[in-house]
Design a protein. Structure first.
Length: 199
């Protein structure tokens, strides 16, 4: 049973990524329209509760990203399923939240382009791993650039969850820095994908 815990954590991360992103979008919609199911009570509190869940889901998912790998190494519980699911979970966590941010901000071109680049790159990498003859059953060496890309993507995806409650999103400078970091993340993602496919 213990050997299955890393994979269970990975599946949990997938569920949290999707559930958290849906909660964030729903919270935004409720805060605009006030159309909250009656059984949930006061609209503002219901929207804030969902937003709080979205933040907690991201944090827990980000922690499990480290924890499942640590436990797999410590317990010698690496598996082919884990090697397939782990990068998918990472990509879903980042991409799902970035798509919601893009929709909330009205899909501006300076945000839509890097988000679409990230999502397309991640879809291509996932397809390459899952298609017959792909590297699903083998371990791809993770380059320093890929590790940097993953860390930067997590920071970029998580930053708005901190910035919004602190009121930083109302400052143009903070938004510009975040957009710049998003473009750097997209460029690094495309570079690492090119290196993988070239090899």
């Amino acid at each position: 049973m213990r050997r299955q815990i890393p994979n269970i954590l990975t599946v949990l991360r997938i569920l949290l990524a999707l559930g958290g992103a849906v909660a964030l979008w729903t919270s935004y919609q409720w805060s605009l329209s006030g159309a909250v199911p009656l059984w949930l009570g006061e609209p503002v509190l219901a929207a804030r509760g969902l937003a709080g869940f979205a933040v907690a889901a991201f944090i827990i998912a980000a922690v499990t990203d480290w924890l499942d790998g640590y436990l797999a190494r410590r317990w010698d519980a690496r598996s082919t399923l884990g090697e397939i699911l782990d990068p998918i979970a990472d990509k879903l966590l980042v991409d799902a939240y970035l798509i919601v941010y893009m929709l909330i901000l009205g899909t501006p071109i300076d945000i839509a382009v890097p988000v679409f680049a990230l999502v397309a790159r991640d879809a291509a990498m996932t397809a390459a791993r899952l298609l017959p003859g792909g590297p699903a059953g083998t371990t791809l060496a993770v380059s320093p650039a890929a590790k940097l890309k993953t860390a930067l993507a997590m920071i970029v995806a998580g930053f708005p969850l901190i910035a919004q409650p602190l009121g930083w999103t109302s400052q143009d400078f903070v938004l510009l820095v975040w957009i710049g970091a998003l473009w750097v993340t997209a460029a690094l993602s495309l570079l690492t994908a090119w290196n993988y496919f070239r090899k």
